[in-house]
Design a protein around this ligand. Structure first.
Ligand code: WTA
Length: 631
């Protein structure tokens, strides 16, 4: 496609064009897609309400741009290569033609189950090709998918079903993960005891685990598709019709449903995929994320498939059957672009270079990193031992809310710098502001990362609560979208992400709201109050440290800690389990009753040297006591 950038000067030119004339810039890129009706306005926006619309009145179906558009040119090319958890099980390759038929067939089955345009459908399924098929089938018929990471608990799943009033759940009997088999359908059954909107559940047989099938509600995937035609006509969607909702944690309350719409998301994910990874026809691209996160949406499914790429989907984990699994899969499928998270790199780094040694890794051309800041040590290890010093690393910064990569090198085209996401993508107008909202111009500045102009794949709202969207992203610094991240722009103008400046913890690249974890902990009947902060963790990036005030009667500290962990496990899922729990007599508070997290963060990180001025606290004595029993 004509919008590929090939040189540093090409990048500079494109960037300039995108800022001086964004409308023409994006219209040119959008033109290469198949629209059933062309848009009549490129963008209409304000960041006050906020109200952002792209490609207004354009009509399209994103799956036509993935399936029909590629059928004649490369229908036999592999769209998805699925690698199972067990290396002895055969992999599956789905060509674009096969994917087309499977998506049509399953979307016909969904219709037969009563799903219509606009209905919300929950996808709670492990990493199997059917996850992508289900997403695309929803998009095909205009249903709004909401994929819930299959590691979330029944209670977290029920909250999401209730929030979006979903009509259908698509799931599997179980999930193979490393040496474990995890029940999945049973979690759905438990969740559905707390919901009333679900009319049908479609279950894929994957592990053969025994499941309960409820008469009139539950149907097997293979029965649902039985006899369904392999073709259909894609629903006509407006650019601004909902494509999906994805729940993500914020600094307050329960997770919010980030809303993405059809037209802008299509244009941006595909454009960014091709430019960041410099994908060429014939390359095999592999992103190791889970489809339950935004990375899986934009860069396993939509971005690559819109670009006619071959996308590898992996069911397993990096350390099963051993710490060489990633590299074995890279060699087996001759992967050219490999995209993973710093936490995985650090976990593998801990095993040394021995597990890499048996593999050639000579097909690799580009390495990618996403989800959290990558420390320099991990960057070098990745670069030297995996990339053998010849593969550029694209450190891609973005968010669930941004839909696509906003800051990143373009592989082999623009410079890289260890631990830096480097430069904005064309169309992305970054600003660094101080805490008062003043723009910090020039280089060598540090502050809050904001964006001053819309880009096509930005969130449109938070589902069912637009005011929350305004408050969270558009009110801290009026006139700007606020990312929640701190950033440094160095002397060369390169951006380095410094991490969250709000109450969000990034655990192994997974976003957790401190309030969300606290609410879960507080569900334990013996807990009086709790405060959760992040602390530096060698592998996970950040760990979860919980300070908890408990009624200790009849309990030992040890048993309480275990019970609290189990409570969090049940309410959110294993990813939110605190790494450390400290039972404390009180929490440091201001006179107005606000918890002083700054102090707790210092204690959690093991830095008790200088607590700053604590004399103004309501209860300064408690600080000494917490310090003396810190973990
Ligand atoms: C963090 C994941 C540093 C950041 C795509 C952001 C990063 C949050 C990077 C979004 C990166 C993501 N360098 N930090 N390359 N990529 N982050 O919504 O704090 O799961 O705000 O999206 O992850 O997490 P989310």
């Amino acid at each position: 496609m004509s919008d590929r950038i090939h040189s540093l000067s090409g990048y500079m030119q494109e960037y300039q064009k995108s800022v001086h004339d964004p409308e023409n810039f994006w219209a040119r890129i959008a033109d290469s897609f198949h629209w059933q009706q062309k848009w009549d306005q490129v963008v209409n926006w304000n960041f006050e309400e906020p109200n952002v619309k792209w490609f207004l009145n354009g009509k399209l179906n994103i799956t036509e741009n993935i399936l029909e558009r590629h059928l004649f040119t490369h229908g036999d090319k592999p769209a998805i290569i699925w690698e199972p958890n067990d290396p002895n099980e055969n992999h599956i390759t789905l060509s674009y033609k096969e994917l087309y038929h499977k998506v049509c067939q399953f979307s016909n089955a969904m219709k037969a189950q009563g799903i219509e345009k606009g209905d919300r459908v929950i996808i709670y399924i492990p990493m199997v090709p059917e996850a992508a098929i289900a997403m695309l089938a929803c998009a095909r018929i205009g249903a709004v998918h909401s994929v819930v990471f299959a590691g979330f608990s029944a209670s977290a799943l029920a909250d999401r079903i209730n929030d979006c009033q979903a009509k259908m759940v698509i799931t599997s009997d179980g999930n193979f993960r490393g040496a474990k088999t995890i029940p999945v359908k049973a979690v759905v059954d438990e969740a559905l005891e707390k919901t009333s909107s679900i009319e049908s559940v479609v279950t894929l047989k994957r592990t053969g685990t025994d499941v309960m099938m409820k008469e009139g509600r539950d149907i097997w995937w293979h029965d649902a598709i039985d006899g369904m035609p392999f073709e259909n006509k894609a629903e006509v969607m407006d650019s601004e019709d909902l494509l999906f909702i994805l729940y993500t944690s914020g600094s307050t309350g329960k997770p919010k449903g980030v809303v993405h719409t059809c037209g802008g998301y299509m244009v941006y994910t595909s454009y960014s995929f091709r430019n960041v990874f410099q994908y060429n026809q014939g390359d095999v691209y592999w992103c190791t994320a889970d489809v339950g996160w935004i990375t899986g949406h934009s860069y396993i499914v939509y971005g690559p498939l819109l670009s006619g790429a071959t996308s590898v989907m992996f069911e397993g984990v990096p350390t099963f059957p051993d710490a060489g699994r990633f590299w074995q899969v890279c060699d087996k499928h001759q992967v050219s672009q490999f995209y993973t998270a710093p936490t995985a790199i650090r976990a593998l780094q801990a095993f040394g270079t021995e597990p890499i040694a048996p593999y050639k890794l000579d097909s690799l051309k580009v390495l990618g990193s996403v989800g959290e800041p990558i420390n320099e040590e991990a960057w070098h290890w990745y670069h030297d031992h995996v990339g053998k010093g010849k593969c550029p690393i694209v450190d891609t910064w973005w968010q669930t809310e941004t839909g696509g990569i906003l800051i990143s090198p373009l592989a082999g085209i623009t410079p890289t710098k260890p631990a830096y996401a480097t430069m904005p993508m064309p169309g992305v107008q970054l600003v660094v502001v101080d805490n008062e909202g003043n723009e910090l111009k020039g280089n060598s500045v540090e502050g809050n990362l904001c964006i001053k102009y819309p880009w096509p794949s930005m969130l449109r709202t938070t589902y069912g609560d637009h005011e929350r969207c305004r408050q969270t992203y558009f009110s801290s610094f009026p006139g700007y979208y606020f990312t929640g991240d701190g950033v440094k722009r160095d002397e060369d103008g390169y951006y380095r992400i410094l991490g969250r400046v709000d109450d969000v913890i990034n655990v192994s690249g997974h976003r957790m709201g401190t309030a969300e974890v606290e609410n879960a902990i507080n569900e334990h009947p013996k807990v009086v109050e709790s405060a959760v902060v992040g602390y530096p963790h060698d592998i996970k990036g950040q760990g979860i440290y919980a300070f908890v005030i408990c009624d200790m009667e009849g309990r030992s500290e040890e048993s309480l800690e275990e019970e609290i962990k189990q409570t969090v496990n049940k309410i959110i899922g294993p990813i939110a389990k605190p790494d450390k729990i400290q039972i404390v007599p009180g929490l440091p508070k201001t006179r107005s009753g606000k918890i002083m997290r700054r102090i707790l963060r210092k204690i959690a990180s093991g830095d008790t040297s200088n607590m700053g001025d604590i004399s103004t606290l309501l209860n300064p004595d408690v600080v000494e006591s917490i310090k003396s029993t810190a973990r």
